[in-house]
Design a protein around this ligand. Structure first.
Ligand code: ATP
Ligand code: MG
Ligand code: FE
Length: 339
């Protein structure tokens, strides 16, 4: 089964060719970060236009890098949602056009299922498994009883981790996307500025990061009012320690409570070195098998969409060409049927 996958949910235009959901034949990523940096974040209208500009070229590159012709393809997959509606539309229209022109089935794919199944590109998954999803727009603990079935056991009640990273980075004077800057600074700092940890109710798997973000803004503003330069590195380290401690603790607890055989990590913030190290150390100590994709499969890419699409295809096949982009697409509803 060879799937051509298209991802345009945010600011990366990506096309991949993936064999059997785990062998990446090509994965071309055209990032718009430079364009959006001047605005301090992703401008939706600009993102859509950029996707249109490069879409055809990225498809051609992915096909030639994989050394395949349209006849070799089994199906066309595309991110149907969630994401920016204008950005999603560009990918969906491109995918429908290819499906029609090449007479191939179409697979509508969930973006977060893609992030989760990025793990299938690096390891064989065993069910039930637990996934810690940490991305720009999502922070969730997702339980999978069987292949392709998703059950969200915990989620953020306010900011997503990536969003908190980006806002904190901006307050500390770093450009978009700020996550990698905070990660680097945190590791350079000699000492951490003490910041709160938000655990919520004792048995809750939910998260909250807006209080922590506000605490950072307060520390920065207080230094400035006193005419002092804020301890940027110390704040970054304190912020990262708080985030990582809560994420690791809740993820491990969720693994135990659901008798999960593996813990999977995914989403853009999974590229964070501090988080990867802390989770690796803790899982080693607890005897939990941890799977972490390489950074290129953590941030947005189409290979992960090809991986998730393969699972969907295996259980359900394609969907009609009148499918529509859905900015609020539900992960749980995208699940394959039970047997
Ligand atoms: P979603 O997947 O929820 O729709 P998205 O696709 O915009 O959101 P991703 O591309 O998965 O998000 O992740 C982008 C986020 O990852 C940004 O917030 C960015 O700051 C963060 N990020 C990337 N690298 C790191 C890092 N090393 N440390 C912390 N955060 C990081
Ligand atoms: Mg992005
Ligand atoms: Fe994403």
């Amino acid at each position: 089964v060879i799937i051509l996958a298209i991802e345009t949910s945010c600011d990366e235009t990506s096309v991949a060719v993936v064999k059997d959901g785990n062998e990446v034949l090509s994965n071309i990523i055209s990032s718009q970060i430079e364009t959006h940096r001047a605005f301090g974040g992703v401008v939706p209208e600009v993102a859509s236009r950029k996707h249109v500009e490069v879409m055809t070229l990225v498809i051609e590159e992915a096909m030639s890098a994989a050394n395949v012709t349209p006849e070799d393809l089994t199906a066309i997959a595309v991110t149907q949602g969630p994401g920016l509606v204008g950005a999603l539309l560009v990918g969906v229209v491109a995918a429908k056009s290819l499906a029609l022109a090449w007479n191939k089935p179409l697979i509508g794919t969930h973006h977060i299922a893609g992030h989760i199944y990025a793990n299938r590109l690096v390891a064989e998954l065993q069910y039930p498994c637990m996934t810690l999803v940490v991305s720009g727009g999502h922070t969730e603990l997702v339980h999978m009883e069987q292949e392709g079935r998703f059950n969200i056991v915990g989620r953020t009640r306010d900011d997503a981790v990536g969003e908190a990273y980006d806002k904190v980075a901006r307050a500390l004077g770093f450009p978009y996307p700020g996550g990698p800057h905070v990660d680097r600074l945190a590791r350079e700092a000699e000492e951490a500025v003490t910041l709160p940890r938000v655990w919520l109710e004792p048995d809750s798997y939910d998260f909250s990061f807006s209080g922590l973000k506000s605490a950072v803004l307060n520390v920065v503003n207080q230094s400035k009012m006193k005419g002092l330069t804020p301890d940027v590195a110390g704040i970054a380290r304190g912020f990262q320690e708080s985030v990582v401690e809560v994420l690791v603790e809740k993820a491990v607890r969720a693994v135990r409570a659901n008798s999960a055989k593996q813990l999977l990590l995914c989403g853009g913030v999974a590229a964070n070195k501090g988080l990867r190290e802390a989770l690796t150390a803790r899982c080693e100590k607890e005897g939990i098998e941890l799977i972490v994709p390489p950074p290129v499969y953590c941030t947005d890419n189409a290979a992960m969409i090809g991986a998730a699409a393969y699972v969907k295809w295996k259980h359900e096949g394609g969907i009609p060409l009148d499918m529509v982009a859905d900015p609020g697409f539900s992960l749980e509803k995208w699940s394959v049927p039970t047997y």
